[in-house]
Design a binder for this molecule. Sequence first.
Ligand SMILES: [Zn+2]
Length: 234
Amino acid sequence: MLKIFDEIPRNLLNVLFPVFCNGCSNLLLKNENVICTKCLHNLPLTHHHTITETEIDKAFYGLVPFEFAASFLYFTKKGISQNLIHNLKYKNRQEIGTFLGNLYADELKNLEIFQEIDFIIPVPLHTKRFHERGYNQVTTFCKAIEKNLTIPMLEDVLLKTKNLKSVTDKSKESRLENNKNVFSIENQGKIEGKHVLIIDDVFTTGATIEACAKEILKIKNTKISILTMAYSQS
Ligand SMILES: [Zn+2]
């Protein structure tokens, strides 16, 4: 009897303040969090960390030396991962980053390479963009990786010094990110001789991460690895 009374307020709360799945917009059940069970089972996982030569490996050979590269999800247009990234990036649903970071950290925790990584560096936003959005969309994901894999995050080393307009055209992105000094390094002593994990939201052409990697690799004896929430195949 007592249990029934216990349940009523929660169900009532669900009616008054419904919470929706960030993957498919269906109503979440009270035991579901961030995404529904169906979306959780249908996440388009890349399994990159179990593959010898991933799409990112192929894209980066010859461009920059790196130790390890992986994305958690395939970025599927109009699919769950696009909805998740959109809600995280534009709707202030920062809990999505925490949720994905926790899931991914669980997959990665037994990989030896993560014993060798010294710091996490998120791909930064330009100050102007940061103030417009109010947050960097990769921060909560990075914090979840930081916490679960006990690798400290540095947010005062890599800075975005040029504010580019949001670019969807791949060739344009590539040209802009590669040819201009978009990123710069401060406090370089912190990463001298260190292995740095660069984390971004979506790997599209790789131009953004390449630009970040090239700046970091200018610092003496640094090594880099790469992690992103999603990989876009288009
Ligand atoms: Zn769903």
